[in-house]
Write a protein that binds this ligand. Structure first.
Ligand SMILES: Cc1cc2nc3c(=O)[nH]c(=O)nc-3n(C[C@H](O)[C@H](O)[C@H](O)COP(=O)(O)OP(=O)(O)OC[C@H]3O[C@@H](n4cnc5c(N)ncnc54)[C@H](O)[C@@H]3O)c2cc1C
Length: 453
């Protein structure tokens, strides 16, 4: 199959060097960070595309989709491959569409909207935006590598979400062009509410080819860490910063001990046995913050200016889902969950989890604003893995006590917890990919509907 495909695809892109058939390259491009999950690890390790192609522009992208559609060959899109759920792992082979070369920043408009191609790296966008007085509203901790298109299609939020919410909120994603997988692919503009048909749909119902992404005025930030004797004291301090609109902040994170002990490259910011709070705070608020910290009984362990993605140490490299990576490096039996605690009841929820699971669950909190403007303790707890049953028990227990869980141990949109209840992503797939060729197997409600026909 691959030989025929290779000959055909080579005719569709201007440079044959952008068509890949070497097994090692295909293996690398076919995988992301799915191995974070001990459950997905064995399920996805052997899944691999038959061929990969790197279009340079929308015309080449359309040509590849049209070709694949005519021959009913599956197509799985890849940005930078930093997703955690095996989102860009092709379950049924076919073509791996690597968009990393479609990485142009066209412009930043005077009112702060970046217009770009999907393969543009978020770190490059942050650097370009800061040079013009703007910055990203939010970004994943994979800032340097991850692409704008992959973030919109596979991510949810990150550093900055404490002030600006997630990708679905506050009109951050202004619009995009989507190439469809119809017999004659179309380029469809989506704006306003229509963006939600495609956002976080894992490339199952269209390919983002041009994006309008709203920025926010740049702030001079300081990274600061503080150690607290107990989790309760640290959490209460962090909560007071996160929830008070006086503070201009980009990141409010709490790591229960022993999580800080996993951060071996930045040992100097850690204090043995203590919970660590990590903040990005406006530099002009540093002195009042230090006073608040002293009052709360915290010990400052580090502070330094944030100077863009190349800052050293870049402390966001220890937050969001990077925390799990450091935990797994320290002990491979660790994995994680993605949770949303209740702002009002979180202390009770922490207590119930502690009573039932002891140190099988370690609290790692990332404060974030939700779509209604309330700041809540989001969390990516580190979890010691024993069996799938035990992990599912923990997820079910979380849900039973009102903790939201987006399950990162499944490989389909619906079970991962952020599928739209109004089914608009499914309806878009029926329109734009009626033969089910885009990232097949990841939107199971589409397959169930097809099977029932
Ligand atoms: C260490 C670590 C930390 C992380 N931290 C965060 C975090 O803080 N917040 C967060 O939200 N996520 C986080 N993630 C997940 C991931 O890094 C981000 O979601 C990232 O933005 C994905 O971008 P990518 O370019 O790597 O996408 P990919 O992994 O390449 O793709 C993600 C999904 O989007 C689809 N896709 C890619 N490009 C397009 C396109 N142009 N059109 C349609 N579909 C497309 C793919 O098919 C796939 O389903 C983390 C992951 C790791 C490994």
């Amino acid at each position: 199959m691959a030989a025929g495909l290779a000959a055909d695809l080579t005719r569709l892109v201007s440079d044959p060097a952008r068509v890949f058939t070497a097994p090692q390259i295909l293996d690398r491009l076919s995988h992301d960070f799915y191995w974070y999950s001990p459950i997905l690890r064995s399920k996805l390790v052997s899944k691999v595309a038959d061929i990969a192609v790197q279009p340079r522009d929308t015309q080449e992208l359309i040509a590849v989709l049209q070709y694949a559609g005519c021959r009913e060959v599956p197509v799985t899109v890849r940005g930078a491959g930093t997703g955690n759920y095996g989102q860009c792992v092709p379950l049924e082979g076919g073509i791996l569409l690597d968009l990393s070369l479609m990485d142009k920043l066209e412009e930043i408009t005077p009112d702060g909207v970046a217009v770009c191609q999907p393969g543009l790296r978020l770190g490059a966008l942050e650097t370009a935006a800061r040079a013009q007085g703007w910055e990203l509203r939010m970004y994943p901790s994979t800032l340097v590598k991850a692409s704008v298109g992959g973030f919109l299609a596979g991510g949810s939020g990150g550093i900055g979400s404490v002030a600006h919410g997630g990708l679905r909120d506050f009109d951050t994603v202004r619009g995009f062009e989507v190439v469809t997988m119809e017999e004659e692919p179309r380029v469809m503009m989506h704006e306003g509410e229509a963006v939600h048909e495609i956002l976080h749909a894992w490339g199952t119902n269209g390919v983002l080819s041009r994006i309008w992404f709203a920025l926010t005025p740049a702030v001079e930030w300081t990274q600061i860490t503080a150690a607290f004797p107990s989790y309760e004291e640290a959490f209460t301090f962090a909560e007071s910063i996160a929830c008070d609109s006086f503070w201009t902040k980009r990141l409010v994170t709490v790591f229960e001990w022993p999580i800080p002990s996993f951060f071996t490259p930045v040992k100097q910011i850690v204090r043995e046995g203590k919970t660590l709070v990590l903040l990005m705070i406006a530099t002009d608020q540093l002195e009042p913050l230090r006073r608040a910290l002293a009052t709360a009984g915290g010990e400052e362990t580090f502070s330094g200016a944030f100077e863009g993605p190349r800052t050293q140490p870049l402390l966001s490299d220890y937050t969001w889902n990077h925390t799990t990576l450091w935990a797994m490096k320290s002990n491979p039996t660790y994995t994680y969950l993605q949770c949303g605690f209740s702002a009002a009841d979180c202390r009770k929820q922490f207590q119930l989890l502690r009573e039932r699971y002891g140190d099988e669950i370690l609290f790692h909190i990332e404060f974030m604003k939700n779509g209604t403007g309330e700041v809540i303790p989001g969390a990516i707890p580190v979890v010691r893995f024993t069996t799938e049953e035990r992990l599912n028990d923990m997820i079910a227990f979380c849900r039973s006590i009102g903790v939201f869980v987006a399950n990162p141990h499944v490989n389909c949109l619906e079970d991962a917890g952020r599928f739209r209840a109004d089914n608009i992503q499914l309806r878009a797939k029926q329109r734009y990919d009626p033969r089910g060729l885009l990232n097949p197997g990841k939107m199971i409600s589409f397959q169930k509907e097809r099977a029932a026909k």
